[in-house]
Write a protein that binds this ligand. Sequence first.
Ligand code: NAD
Ligand code: UDP
Ligand code: UDP
Length: 340
Amino acid sequence: FYQVYRRFSILRFSCRVVALIVIWISNMRILITGGAGFIGSHLVDRLMEIEKNEVIVVDNYFTGSKDNLKKWMGHPRFELIRHDITEPLIIEVDQIYHLACPASPIFYKYNPVKTIKTNVIGTLNMLGLAKRVGARILLTSTSEVYGDPLEHPQNESYWGNVNPIGVRSCYDEGKRVAETLMFDYHRQHGLEIRVARIFNTYGPRMNIDDGRVVSNFIAQALRGEPLTVQSPGTQTRSFCYVSDLVDGLIRLMEGSHTGPINLGNPGEFTVLELAEKVKELVNPDVEIKMVENTPDDPRQRKPDITKAKEVLQWEPKFQLRDGLPLMEEDFRLRLGVVKK
Ligand code: NAD
Ligand code: UDP
Ligand code: UDP
């Protein structure tokens, strides 16, 4: 009996080893929705560096661009599909990074109903797809789910302070529903989910005129235009460099925690301080001009990243003074402004 038992044990162990080897050497098919955008295209770059990954991007080019992916066009492990995720998508994949959604306030407010459809119907479709093929799915949610936070810094257990009927609600409430859908599919259908709550991220390839504060200030400084600080200027944000963020997203996807997990840089700056830093670094001759703000602008924002440190062993490496010059270089090239 012992001999038979031993043989079975050896057989079982061998099968397990073979299965692990097969998983290890077989290609991983990864879908990135919104992969032609700012963060998505940096994620594509990073995932394409791994030989066994096949990357498929779906994007409707609302705020993204094929230009961001031009280095991968024609690559045998890369595919780009024009598709709007508010429509069903039938495809076979192993993992889904679900990023598709405009992130800049001027773009998400431009067509708020479409923003909600993208967050709700789009996320539902991606979850339906993940369920059918058994893929793990990661949602890029946002610090906006904390609204105008009454707790500072924000940790993941804070439920937020969001205006449900304001002009930002299409985005904040849209992402809140997207998170709810993720957790309901997880509980009801056993889906493997990952939820990242991303704080303000900046870096090369940001849309030059997309209206976000770091891209606005750098473009204004390079064009010699006044830096437009929206009043009162004492509101704070915490800025994470894009390569740090991408590292966090991949760790979250590969790890075993569903989240939600804050991903951001805890270094907190007032918008006025940011303007002064950009002025000092990029163009000391520009003036700083106070302009009117938009409704419901959160007064403060800073991530508590204790959980990310603990469960992902992740924390950002780039400080603002390291990241801004890299973004300046990219903007100079794209705007054709040479350094004096
Ligand atoms: P982005 O606007 O550069 O990229 C979004 C991409 O999604 C674009 O390529 C756009 O064309 C695509 N898209 C939009 N609607 C779509 C639709 N219906 N179907 C298919 N594609 C669609 O924004 P980003 O800064 O790269 O943000 C990516 C994700 O990260 C978003 O989900 C955003 O909410 C989240 N996020 C970003 C930040 C940040 O600071 N950048 C902060 C928090 C959360
Ligand atoms: N869906 C999709 N691709 C798939 C599977 C589903 O886009 O491969 C969409 C589907 O059209 C539906 C949504 O995902 O609108 C949710 O699918 P699910 O199977 O969870 O729900 P049901 O179709 O039963 O409403
Ligand atoms: N802001 C600013 N000038 C600009 C653009 C934005 O002062 O040209 C401010 C805005 O009022 C907000 C902060 O910068 O307080 C961050 O705005 P952004 O649109 O980049 O991102 P948000 O965190 O609001 O989504």
